[in-house]
Write a protein that binds this ligand. Structure first.
Ligand SMILES: *[C@@H]1O[C@H](CO)[C@@H](O)[C@H](O)[C@H]1NC(C)=O
Ligand SMILES: *[C@@H]1O[C@H](CO)[C@@H](O)[C@H](O)[C@H]1NC(C)=O
Length: 581
């Protein structure tokens, strides 16, 4: 929109000034203009002052692409059934061609960095310069570069500390060229970012147990004491399918912040619940040498890998570990995205269970992260991501001005990801009240969703008006069981819940569909949503009861068709398979 076409600039001086061509006339780097800032330190964070001397951060600088819409246009072409390019996925090099910045953008940014004594040898870039990465920048230097004031911030509840700045600036000459710089102003805490498994005891406030729901709301239905692999394989109709491919089809599970799965627990889990799969294994990829310690498994990683394998065995699994790595979920997500997008071969299906509030982010930063997922889609990857465990939002959801606003989770609000909500019980299966759902304030409703979401609004009327953005992308897209799971941790058989496991379950089922496609000589499903909303939904069980309370409200209700509680419904593998013919 605001790209500067250097070729159209008449004055030589202006060319030099704006495009950084003439050395002696480089732009005035000290004229800085605010890029993004908050009015105050975000809620629940307190400053601990300057970080210790010697503190460094890895800075990501995202440059605007020469062809602004090429990436997303291509994504829809390769994902839309019926399009001539349907499932004609791109290589890493072809993606780079789509998103490469203008040569003058690169020149200008490099001369700015050079001006600050950052040599080009310390800058690594991906996708032809779409992202520049500066490793180990001192906080002092980052402050100078970005007119920032990086400090150490502590989350008042979790105690987590991150290095951030309340605002940052860029030289005026760079504003049209740089989309965002991170980490800068995103204040995201691990307490809300990952899908903490809730044990049975977590029952206060909005987290009512199912038995506490008003009986009149729900029809009589069969309760399941425990969700196990055999129950899920029966419920979602995968029992009779035997995967065929060996090695070609891969299911990836992502772990951040020192979440490690234990192979020993996986074996014990399978021996107990799916004994013919007792030899299930996974490969670990240690992303950017962040580490992997199987002797200290976490609930999150164990449950994700156990239920992905429970559904998709014997399809090969890869666990991506960013280890202890850098602090903060955002840094882990960036680090993993950079790693995976740099690979020649990527898994056909990926399960991710980390998220955080969209409104804690600069909008341009959210767009940048979302574009990375679009790149995965263009490469033919189906990304499944959890919708969160807090219904329409955790706590009171009051903004600084005291008004209530629902809190949809990111990165799921990005339209290029398939988001998974939660259900429970069967005959009928109903929404789990923890199921995250809502509407984005940053991303507008994608066209694949237009009809489904409009129909939902006709039912909703003006209820909750002002608490959500009616023109925003709605989540989730799909759902699966999310309560009363059995998992193994440190040799103990215990109960867990959350949309994390629902996500692993759906990822496992999508991986089976990809298995069938590859076995029959076809390309995998890739970015699912255009197919899911256009046709795939006919292979799902529509969930029409239950709701997702939060923010001191009853939340949204599941209804016939799409809803912001269970999306289009839960998978039926055999019926979904039919929608591929
Ligand atoms: C569950 O919560 C109750 C009351 O808060 C407590 O007394 C009990 O020990 C808890 N049980 C477990 C298994 O943590
Ligand atoms: C609502 O969403 C649209 C589309 O994403 C956006 O342009 C607008 O700013 C949003 N409004 C609010 C109040 O967040």
């Amino acid at each position: 929109m605001h790209y500067y076409h250097c070729t159209f600039v008449l004055s030589v001086l202006a060319v030099s000034l704006l495009c950084g061509l003439g050395k002696p006339l480089s732009p005035p780097w000290d004229i800085m203009y605010m890029k993004h800032s908050w009015n105050a330190v975000p809620r629940n964070w307190e400053s601990l002052g300057r970080p210790p001397t010697g503190t460094t951060i890895d800075l990501y600088i995202s440059l605007k692409s020469q062809r602004e819409n090429a990436l997303v246009d291509t994504l829809y072409e390769v994902s839309e059934p019926g399009h001539p390019r349907y499932r004609a996925y791109l290589t890493k090099e072809q993606v780079a061609e789509l998103v490469v910045p203008r040569p003058e953008t690169l020149k200008l940014v490099n001369s700015w960095l050079e001006h600050h004594g950052i040599s080009s040898s310390s800058i690594s870039m991906t996708h032809g310069g779409n992202t520049l990465m500066l490793k180990g920048v001192s906080v002092t230097q980052a402050n100078t570069l970005l007119g920032a004031s990086y400090q150490l911030y502590r989350h008042v509840e979790s105690g987590e500390t991150i290095v951030r700045t309340v605002g940052y600036s860029l030289p005026v000459a760079l504003h049209w060229h740089v989309l965002t710089v991170a980490p800068t102003t995103s204040f995201v805490s691990s307490r809300t970012q990952w899908q903490t498994p809730r044990t049975q005891n977590h029952s206060e406030g909005a987290m009512k147990s199912t038995s506490g729901e008003p009986a009149t709301m729900l029809s009589s239905r069969a309760k399941v004491d425990f969700v196990t692999p055999s129950f899920l394989r029966w419920l979602y109709d995968t029992e009779t399918y035997a995967p065929n491919t060996q090695g070609e089809n891969v299911l990836g599970v992502v772990g951040f912040l020192g979440d490690y799965p234990s192979p020993t627990d996986l074996t014990a889990f399978m021996q107990e619940y799916r004994s013919e799969a007792s030899d299930a294994t996974f490969t670990v990829v240690d992303v950017n040498r962040g580490g992997y310690d199987p002797t200290h498994p976490s609930e999150e990683a164990n449950m994700d890998i156990q239920y992905a394998e429970a559904m998709a065995y014997p399809i090969p699994h890869i666990f991506y570990s960013t280890g202890q790595g850098p602090s903060g979920t955002e840094e882990h997500l960036m680090s993993w995205l950079n790693y995976i997008l740099d690979q020649e071969n990527v898994p056909q299906t990926i399960s991710i269970s980390y998220n955080y509030e969209e409104l804690a982010l600069e909008r341009e930063y959210a767009i940048y992260v979302c574009d990375q997922f679009a790149k995965l889609g263009v490469r033919g990857v189906s990304v499944l991501l959890s919708s969160g465990n807090d219904g329409v939002g955790e706590g009171t959801c009051q903004k600084d001005d005291g008004t209530v606003r629902f809190r949809p989770t990111f990165p799921g609000t990005c339209p290029y990801i398939t988001v998974v909500g939660g259900t429970t019980d069967y005959e009928p299966e109903v929404a789990a009240d923890l199921s995250g759902g809502g509407f984005s304030d940053y991303f507008k409703r994608p066209r694949y969703q237009e009809e489904a979401v409009t129909t939902f609004f006709q039912d909703l009327g003006n209820r909750y008006e002002g608490l959500y953005n009616a023109s925003g992308r709605g989540i989730p897209d799909i759902a699966a069981q999310a309560l009363r799971f059995r998992i193994f941790l440190n040799g103990n058989d215990q109960e867990e819940r959350g949309t994390s496991i629902a996500t692993a379950v759906v990822a496992g089922i999508i991986s089976l569909l990809n298995d069938w496609l590859i076995m029959t000589g076809q390309e995998p499903l890739g970015f699912l949503n255009p197919w899911l909303y256009g046709r795939g939904f006919r292979g799902l069980n529509d969930i029409t009861e239950g709701s997702n309370p939060g923010c001191g409200t009853d939340g949204f209700s599941a209804i016939a068709g799409w809803d912001p509680v269970t999306g289009l419904g839960t998978p039926n593998f055999r019926n979904m398979l039919e929608q591929l013919f």
